[in-house]
Ligand binder design. Structure first.
Ligand SMILES: *Cc1c(COP(=O)(O)O)cnc(C)c1O
Length: 457
């Protein structure tokens, strides 16, 4: 392969490649950053800049970059049997082994896996199969899904509808019928003077109110991210999910935990439903399932749902050509082997997570930071014009973007949503890398404050 210079790649990219979630005209003017290599917690771009990736790609590179074992697992499987489907009463060994492994890893009786290529497809699958679950039990009118405003459940038609991103709903005429939303727990913007417990109960009651308004006989399921990621790492009150579960049980509404971000160690346990101690009936998985090395999503169903789907549910009229792709399954198994054998989740919970949390929360001392949120290995800084008030900058998003660009200049990748800086590093980050991350974040905050004519830290 001949080398192509960066300018040529940028020109071709601008001419031929529509980027997701981007203003493509602005991007073409600025020129795409082209990433060329990754190792551990670092990536390198075509200019040769070394960047500490405090966002794990897109919440997904949990075991870090450059693990050859995953490439070798893919290569072995491709050589032996590159593809076979799971239709027509067939399957492959890695697919079977992965479903058994996921049944073992996920809590309580989430014992049944359906495979997809992505988190979005997994949520589309849930919409159809949960409605089918009620329909074959002679309750076809029990078909409404309740999601949350500002939630993110993917970009397909059902995924974006289940999510509550207004900007997404505007494009393409969403949400589709039968999906409604309630307000999420977001203490910084909405908590007022309530303490954590009162606020948790207050937010969960929104679900009960909505169920009663619609009629429990019409509500199929509630879906939520245990920690809301894309909107800005909203960490709910401790009691929120247990209250949500109690309400779902009371009205026989299925509880769906979208653990696409929170699964595979992100909150310091294998799954956030363990961190918050609740029992979902259905769970969405993707991202960390392969640490992003290859596309894969899965839906985990509990025994009750699976018994109905595989009993009187009849033939499942749903599936993807690549459902249970053997290469993806082999890579997922290798990823999970590494997470388990290297005790990565336990190390996050007991050692590196608390250390990262201490450093991250100390950033709340910066004049620009109104709140530092943190749980397990995920967090956010809410940037504010003045402390201690919980206020926002006018023209939301501009200051976050500024801070993101300064971080990049310092060799650090953080994501900005509105004016919150989001943190989700590879789970294998070391103490010295945490120190580097904290230092570079403080410096980016200083540069942002300086650019705004505010006091520096
Ligand atoms: C990323 C994400 C999805 C969508 O997954 P894709 O693989 O991008 O389709 C769904 N839910 C949550 C919570 C996510 O963060």
């Amino acid at each position: 392969m001949t080398e192509i210079d960066t300018a040529t790649l940028q020109r071709l990219d601008a001419a031929h490649h529509l980027h997701p979630f981007n203003d493509n005209a602005a991007l073409a003017k600025r020129g795409t950053r082209i990433l060329t290599r990754g190792e551990g917690c670092y990536v390198w771009d075509a200019e040769g800049n070394q960047l500490l990736d405090a966002f794990a790609g897109l919440w997904c590179v949990n075991i870090g970059y450059g693990r050859r074992e995953l490439g070798e697992a893919a290569s072995r499987q491709m050589t032996q049997l590159a593809y076979y489907n799971s239709f027509f009463q067939c399957t492959t060994e890695p697919t079977v082994r992965l479903s058994a492994k996921l049944a073992e890893l996920t809590p309580h009786d989430l014992n049944h896996a359906f495979f997809t290529n992505s988190g979005s497809e997994a949520n589309d699958t849930i919409l159809r199969l949960v409605r089918h679950f009620w329909a074959v039990q002679d309750q076809p009118e029990k078909n409404i899904f309740i999601g949350r405003h500002d939630g993110y459940h993917g970009s397909t038609v059902a995924g974006a509808s289940l999510g509550g991103m207004k900007g997404m709903h505007k494009q393409g005429g969403l949400p589709i019928p039968g999906i409604v939303h309630i307000d999420p727990p977001y203490w910084f913007g909405d908590g007022g003077d309530m303490d954590e417990e009162a606020y948790g109960r207050h937010c969960a009651k929104r679900l009960e109110d909505k169920i009663l308004e619609l009629g429990p006989e019409r509500v199929a399921a509630f879906i939520g991210e245990p920690v809301m990621g894309a909107i800005g790492v909203y960490i709910p009150p401790r009691n929120y999910w247990q209250e949500i579960e109690r309400i779902c049980r009371k009205y026989d509404v299925l509880l769906v935990a979208d653990e696409v971000i929170t699964g595979f160690g992100r909150t310091g346990e294998w799954f956030a439903s363990q961190t918050f101690d609740f029992r979902p009936d259905v769970m969405t998985l993707a991202k960390g399932i392969t640490s992003g090395y290859i596309p894969l999503g899965a839906v985990m169903f509990n025994d009750r749902v699976a018994d109905v789907l595989s009993g009187r549910g009849g033939e499942l009229a749903h599936g993807y050509t690549y459902s249970g792709h053997p290469v993806c399954a082999a890579v997922a198994l290798e990823n999970i082997r590494i997470l388990q054998e290297e005790h990565i989740v336990e190390t996050c919970r007991n050692n590196i997570g608390p250390y990262l949390g201490e450093k991250w929360k100390a950033l709340a001392g910066h004049p620009l930071v109104g709140e530092a949120r943190f749980l397990g290995m995920v967090g956010a800084l809410e940037l504010v014009p003045s402390k201690p008030s919980r206020t926002y900058f006018p023209d939301r998003g501009r200051v976050g973007q500024l801070c993101r660009d300064f971080a990049l200049q310092n060799g650090l990748i953080l994501r900005a949503t509105n004016d919150a800086m989001l943190l989700s590093p590879p789970l294998v980050i070391s103490r010295s890398q945490v120190d580097e991350l904290a230092e570079k974040t403080w410096k980016a905050l200083d540069m942002t404050a300086h650019a705004l004519g505010m006091a520096q830290g």
